[in-house]
Design a protein around this ligand. Structure first.
Ligand SMILES: Nc1ncnc2c1ncn2[C@@H]1O[C@H](COP(=O)(O)OP(=O)(O)OP(=O)(O)O)[C@@H](O)[C@H]1O
Ligand SMILES: Nc1ccn([C@H]2C[C@H](O)[C@@H](COP(=O)(O)O)O2)c(=O)n1
Ligand SMILES: [Mg+2]
Length: 211
């Protein structure tokens, strides 16, 4: 079941993850499509560890690190933070965790994210969950989320939608060509969406993937 490059990797610019057997599912979809919500249910039912790239960036921003200002500006503008930074945060979180199954939520957000992650870790996802939802519905959800996120305002939401269409959809297309995308109608009520999600984790056709 594991997705791994299992030969020892001695190159300096490669991640220690290349030697750790991990299964990864990327969870993608537009802003407000319900990625975080569904990851909560998947964790409870299937024992994965949930890592949200956005949450990791927000924590880094609040930690007072020197990268904080860069992250804050980019999130406010709905832009995508340089891959190196996001990948380091994901790598650290995975290496610190004893679990071997990870849901990576909101990553890869663009082709640069995707290619850099694969080159650095040698890992390809088991499959990719893609939550499809109209902008109208996503906008409604984001404006009533009430979690105090600085990017949940109409100006930034419009920018995030544009970045999603221009930069994130090509990532879905990349994995679609590899037969790895599981599309979910995310416009339905939360528990109905989860029924469809559950089916993706119990299909029994998950294979070992090596780069
Ligand atoms: N199927 C659903 N129907 C109605 N509301 C939903 C549904 N799924 C999630 N929500 C609500 O929509 C809001 C956004 O959901 P969530 O935070 O899971 O989205 P997300 O895809 O992680 O967004 P982001 O990319 O901005 O982090 C939350 O308030 C959540 O409770
Ligand atoms: N791979 C990523 C993921 C997230 N970000 C930044 C830009 C997003 O607008 C913001 C919030 O992410 P979310 O919580 O909505 O998944 O975080 C990024 O630059 N790169
Ligand atoms: Mg989220």
């Amino acid at each position: 079941m594991a997705t791994v490059v299992d030969s020892p990797n001695k190159e300096a610019n490669k991640s220690a993850l290349a030697n750790k057997k991990v299964t990864i599912v990327f969870v993608l979809g537009g802003p407000g499509s319900g990625k975080g919500t569904q990851c909560g249910y998947i964790v409870q039912h299937f024992g994965y560890t949930h890592l949200s790239a956005g949450d990791l960036l927000r924590e880094e921003m609040k930690s007072g690190s020197e990268n904080g200002f860069v992250i804050k500006d980019m999130i406010k503008e709905g832009k995508i933070v340089p891959s190196e930074l996001t990948i380091k945060l994901l790598e650290q979180a995975m290496l610190e965790n004893r679990n071997d199954k990870f849901l990576i939520d909101g990553f890869p957000r663009n082709e640069e994210n995707r290619a850099a992650f694969e080159a650095f870790t040698g890992i390809e996802p088991e499959f990719v969950l893609f939550f499809e939802c109209s902008e109208e519905e996503m906008q409604k959800r984001l404006l009533s989320r009430n979690q105090g996120r600085e990017d949940d305002n109409i100006e930034t939401i419009k920018k995030r939608f544009k970045v999603f269409m221009e930069s994130s959809l090509p990532v879905i297309e990349h994995y679609e060509a590899k037969g790895k995308v599981r599309k979910i109608d995310a416009a339905r009520p939360i528990l109905e969406v989860f029924e469809a999600v559950k089916a993706c984790f119990t299909r029994g056709d998950i294979k070992v993937n090596q780069l």
